[in-house]
Design a protein around this ligand. Sequence first.
Ligand code: G1P
Length: 291
Amino acid sequence: MEITKAIIPVAGKGTRFLPATKETPKEMLPILNIPMIQYVVEEAVDSGIKEIIFVTSSGKESIENYFDINKELEVFLKNVGKEELYKQINKIGLLVSVQTVRQKEQLGLGHAVLMGKSFINKGESFAVLLGDDIIINSNPVTKQLVEVSKKYNNSSVIGVMNVPKEKTSKYGIVAGKEVADKTLHMEKMVEKPKPEDAPTTLATPGRYILNQEIFAILEEIPRGAGGEYQLTDAINLLAQRGEVYAYEFEGKRYDTGSLEGYLSATIDFALEREDLKDFAKEYIINKAKEL
Ligand code: G1P
């Protein structure tokens, strides 16, 4: 069975980006002129996803509007002869089919993913992408995970990366037995362990392929770290009862949920873009001389 649906939780308050997030969802903050969420949605679409389920909260309406057609703007751009911009805007509206479901209380990532339950059929696998991370690679990360899932009988697969030991308490950390290059058969997953308690330094930045059976587990788990319903705890149980794999993906990852990661992505993306790279390079070199 093909993996064609992705759940993207976007209900968070975005406190690290206040005051900008007082009235604007953090997912809509742009890196250059593209909202952060678009990079994540494009990763999903380039990985074969046809339907996105956004788990939202109040004040997040602009995200679903963004991925809809804006006829008025399109007509305006055509009338003023801005053909290229028209095409760009039209393409965003047609990119993917969008569904939304409200998470009325923010009770954790596990609770957010559970809100997507009714959109996923029995036996179906789906992707989960967290919007705080942008991961760039010519073969999109979610696609890499889909390929691993297919290889192992449509099992659940968690994307992981190596992090410095002192950073384990920021992530879900996995441990398991290596079964192929960069691939682990998962034995356990722990949410945000202290460095001294972390079984490994393999952390997930929020890229998952999960089977529909995760929902029954999400309904059963108690609150975990931070008093929240943790997706990590459900995946840990799933690994005890069935097959879960972890895959060390290839790609450059930006933690765009932090100001440092946001700044790094902004600089790198400008240096990559044909229309900006010469300006960006010259500006950075000149600025560095002043420092
Ligand atoms: C969540 C997950 C954690 C994961 C992280 C990636 O935590 O609970 O397992 O490693 O996202 O960003 P949060 O950062 O939302 O606290």
